[in-house]
Design a protein around this ligand. Structure first.
Ligand code: PSU
Ligand code: MN
Length: 305
């Protein structure tokens, strides 16, 4: 039934068939999260890191209406360069596919396609969440609903304070999504290692992560897990400085009336502009670190299967 919709690269298909570890990667971070050509360089380097740690990368996106798990380097370049690629979350998939359009997949839609393909582990930078002011705007990312219903674990660098971190954690609790810290009791805040909020459980090895995930899915508990990996110390930014920057970016978004799916890309671009690119370098480094952890967890999970 999936045949006319889902396309896997040969490498990804063979790895999955053989029970080898595979790590999914999203494409909104490429098309809407970073500028060209850094976005493409980063995406290719992330794939290399995953390979170097014994797993097969599957960068996910939609091209000409095809749901693709395992974009080629040329397709990744297209995702990074073309100016008009839609940002596609769960609600957008049917329209984009039916009309044979291109789409960059968010965390939510990447989880959906990973799940269709049979990939359990997914690395990214940051997820969407409950936005500041959501009590009136109701801006809550579809990523959170997806984490509650689709069985894919997402490795990220915690929650960015463009979001209301406390409300994001409350939402995840309500929806039964475990929030697990890699070597930390504290939820990292993307650009910095501290947020002032706790994770549900601290876990110290990829093997332990794999055990918890396997147990969840063996028990038939639906949904994924959020694995929060602090940005490497050497690249972390001063928490007060970055909060001030984000404050300014949020004010500007409000002043310009930015809403809906534009909000996250707008805030990311503003933060980058204000920090003169330092935030971009931090963003790239944390993605590399998440890719490495994801590959190690995927390797351990494949041993348990
Ligand atoms: N956070 C980042 N970088 C990103 C995103 C979030 O630091 O690129 C992207 C991801 O694709 C995420 C999406 O799934 O933004 C969330 O968008 P929204 O809030 O519109 O659901
Ligand atoms: Mn939103």
């Amino acid at each position: 039934m999936l045949k006319p919709y889902l396309y896997m690269s040969k490498e990804v298909e063979e790895a999955l068939k053989a029970g080898q570890p595979v790590v999914a990667l999203e494409s909104t971070i490429i098309s809407h999260g970073m500028p060209y050509p850094k976005n493409v360089e980063t995406a290719l380097k992330v794939e290399e890191i995953i390979r170097n740690h014994g797993a097969v990368p599957a960068t996910i996106g939609i091209i000409g209406g095809r749901l693709i798990a395992g974009l080629s380097p040329e397709e990744i370049d297209h995702m990074g360069k073309a100016p008009d690629i839609a940002k596609v979350s769960r609600r957008d998939i049917p329209y984009i596919v039916a009309n044979k359009k291109d789409g960059a997949t968010t965390v939510a839609s990447t989880m959906i396609i990973a799940d269709l393909a049979g990939i359990k582990i997914f690395a990214t930078g940051g997820i969407g969440g409950v936005h500041r002011g959501a009590e009136t705007s109701m801006d809550i990312s579809a990523d959170l609903e997806e984490l509650s219903s689709t069985g894919v674990a997402v490795i990220c660098a915690g929650a960015k304070s463009i979001l209301d971190i406390g409300l994001t954690l409350e939402y995840l609790e309500t929806k039964g999504v475990p929030v697990l810290g890699n070597g930390t009791d504290e939820l990292p805040a993307f650009y910095s290692r501290k947020s002032g909020y706790k994770v549900d459980y601290r876990i110290d090895t990829p093997e332990e992560f794999a055990k918890v995930l396997k147990t969840k899915w063996d028990l038939g508990l639906k949904g994924g897990a959020l694995i929060a990996n602090p940005i490497p110390e050497a690249y972390s930014m001063d928490a007060d400085f970055i909060s001030g920057v984000i404050e300014k970016a949020v004010e500007e978004a409000n002043a310009q009336g930015i809403k809906g799916k534009e909000t996250t890309p707008f805030l990311l671009a503003k933060v980058k502009e204000i920090t003169g690119g330092d935030s971009l370098e931090a963003n790239i480094q944390l993605v590399y670190s998440n890719a490495e952890l994801a590959a190690k967890i995927a390797v351990e999970l494949s041993k348990l299967a």
